[in-house]
Write a protein that binds this ligand. Sequence first.
Ligand SMILES: [Zn+2]
Ligand SMILES: [Zn+2]
Length: 828
Amino acid sequence: MVEERTYDFRAVEREWQRRWEREGIYAAADDDPRPKYYVLEMLPYPSGDLHVGHAKNYTLGDAIARIHRMCGANVVHPMGWDAFGLPAENAAIQRGTEPEAWTRENIRNMQRQVRLIGTSYDWSRELATCDPEYYRWNQWFFIRLFEQGLAYKREAPVNWCPVDRTVLANEQVENGCCWRCGAAVERRNLAQWFFKITDYVERLLAGLDRLDGWPDRIKAMQRNWIGKSEGVTFAFDVENVDAQIDVFTTRVDTVFGATFVAVAPEHPVVAKIIERMPKSRNRIETFIASIANKSELERTQLMEKTGVPTGAYAVNPLSREKIPIWVTNYVLAEYGTGAVMGVPAHDERDFDFAKKHALPIAQVITTPDGSLRAPLTEAFVDDGKLIASGEYIGMKSANARRAIAARLEAMGRGKITVNYRIRDWLVSRQRYWGTPIPIVYCERDGAVPVPDEQLPVLLPKDVQFTGQGSPLANDESFMHTTCPRCGGPATRDPDTMDTFVDSSWYFVRYLDAHDTAQPVDRRVASAWLPVDQYIGGAEHAVLHLLYARFFYKFMVDSGWIEGDDEPFTRLFNQGTLLYNGEKMSKSRGNVVGIDDTVERYGVDAMRLFLLKAAPPEDTLDWTDDGIIGRVRFVARVWRAAEPLTRAASTVPLDRLPEMRGEAQRELVRALHVALASGLSETETHRFHYNVTTAKLDELVNLLTAALRAPGAEDDPAILYTVHALPIVLAPFAPHLADELWSRMGYERSVHVERWIEPDPAALAVDEITLVVQVNGKVRARIQAAPGIGEDDAFALAVREPTVSAQIDGKQIRKRIFVAGKLLNIVAA
Ligand SMILES: [Zn+2]
Ligand SMILES: [Zn+2]
């Protein structure tokens, strides 16, 4: 009997995982008539080992999937591997391993670990982006984009290592030097492929307005990245030089305050000025050489803004004033027109630049009451009233913008334009471990797409990884081919695609992962999509999510998916995980691994801890004490429920049991409170299962107490609660739940059972009203259970906006609690 009562989590968890796998209970059928629910966690990179930070993400998605499944949805919950990328290639260069072998080995290990944590994935849909049966369709879509003019080639700068004669990724450049040989990295222009995401920019913006289920912060970051601004593009003449300089501004109302024009070193006017004024050549070329190797990020954000005067002057088209033209590091040729007007009085960056280089600061906007007057101690960037602006003096900024734009248009010097910060998506990578670009070059026909029936263009095996040059370009047998159009000799494109292409549509391919005839079955894809709930880190706020939205719109346009053109209805960003307050990292040596944790504490305890320790969007601090607490909880459940499993199974769950007294009523209520919490946390998309699991604690405490009363073994309320316990535990502690359930005599897994609808009759209680004060002032009145304790009362109180508004950002000095009446929070 003693053995029976000790819960052997290792054996139980292993056994249930085997059974779930064998019975395929998490496989989703495409033709299931129940309402669909698609829950997705961002596809992981197979770096080698999972740690508990990954488990936090997957446990959350898993709990959501399990609750939806138990509430009657046809849930699809797939998993796969973002398998291409730089680390495999770096490992190949450093350790001589094959990128493919290294990647497959990591995938195998992570497949095992993802199963080990008790997740309910539908493995029949698994994919790895390095599978030819996957990347073949990357190539197929590339060609479709190419045919529509949405994939095109042009020169763009890359990081170049002159010693290794190879292109480096930004992350391979360390302090301006090659990660491998330490040589100073240069900037070089190279012909590269782009996807024309800028054609979709208005739809990408409009779509954001509909995404009510996305965090506002992420939508703001996407809008900012797209960077739409409306303004005027107009031309300055250049004195004594046959050239014009176009500038774009959103603040044409400040045009009379322009005191210089700043141009990019690459701007064509620079060469013309040098030609007219040979004396300035030396100064300009020395400056340009000093910034030639700097990346865009360094130039625009990290370096001090600097420049040199060219000696030439621009003529302001309205004031006819002559202002100096400067070559600067912070204006980029690739953005806008490659030139900007400098208005120090009304732009912070220009103000700093003018101060440093002793350029005039001419105020042309004042506050509406006219009180702000020169000298300015900082840029005045708000709208206001125009001064020192010719015929526009006295106008408000907004009106002046319209009037001046109209004037410039009438003069034939300007036009109203919309500008975007986003640029086309550079997809070429001069690397091996990625999707080969399916284009060949023929002397007669130029760039020719590989015919669909010849796809995939396979990555060659047995490639040399010397770290020098491009591995594919060095591979003669790969490079030489015949032109599909004329049959003459041709060479392949030596580049591979950005791995963000792989992750832009994997969630579509999951739905028909092994289709050999097409990227996805239209009917199947349209039935499952869009993704109902996407879960992942906020670090993907911009690139991945923007690229995936673009790709999806293209797929909708091409008829592959019917319906709305936004792929992710809801997005949830989970918080990160710390270990004793520190970031987990290999270099700190404080990574808490999955294997160890599961072996020592068990999967269910780990899952419960990850869900309970903090709301999912918050940072979670992993502590050994915390997880030991959950190990005890699992044991407590087992001790309380297991001996009664047989008896409990005879008490029906479809109606409330006989409740002999207040203790029974409280017990059954605690059960229904937990059921209601699991449901509402899911339905509201808050996913605060930390609250639900805390309710489970309360429930199990009450159960343990109730079991001490005489006659407990045949008390209907107790037996009913024990019977229902596996159901309410199932999303959070799936193994323990199934073990208890099977001991009740059930053949089917609890994970295919229905959630119990919380019963209002069970939930009804006489509530008390608790007055909440902050610093002695009444801020809220809350309804609470009669016996509520101080901690619970405090937790409820701070959920009231009127209370949290008073204490946010302050320290709680003291709490005064009068049971059943009052909670006073002293905060300062
Ligand atoms: Zn190098
Ligand atoms: Zn040809």
